[in-house]
Design a binder for this molecule. Sequence first.
Ligand SMILES: [Zn+2]
Length: 176
Amino acid sequence: MKFKLDYNYTIQTDLFSFQFQPGDRKEALVRQTLGNATIYMPKNFDFSPAQAQEWANKILAGTLKEHGKIILNNRTLKIAQAHNFSINRICVKDISTRWGSCSSLKNVNLSIWLLLLPSHLIDYVIKHELTHLNHLNHSPEFWHALDDICGGKGHAKRLDKELDDFAKTQLQPRIG
Ligand SMILES: [Zn+2]
């Protein structure tokens, strides 16, 4: 996933914040704590060349991966524990075609781009994938089991739609 990045681009969710700031050094400088990252760009940095976009997007993806590995891992372990799912391994990767997936080996794969979502939608994706550990399809039984851990009847499909709408409206502009 690539975005058109500049000093106006920010991520502000209840879990994660990211921004670029003009810097005054020759090289970029990262200031971060878990869940917050500010990238101070090199002095007089110009975002307009394609190469600059490429570089800034690399910084963004790298930062999301670093934070996602901790934040998404912790959330997944917590949710799995609360609802008695046993998982083998959690992988947080730069995948842009889907939010998450899981395998019959009980491995859960999550996209670093989940960090663009508010926490209730991240939790929905995690619960969706964990439910697939027991139901490897989207059968009525799957939705029923997912409803059970999403607050009750109809909640899962409502969250699914919210996730869809969010992706359609909020993840623009994408450039690839
Ligand atoms: Zn699914």
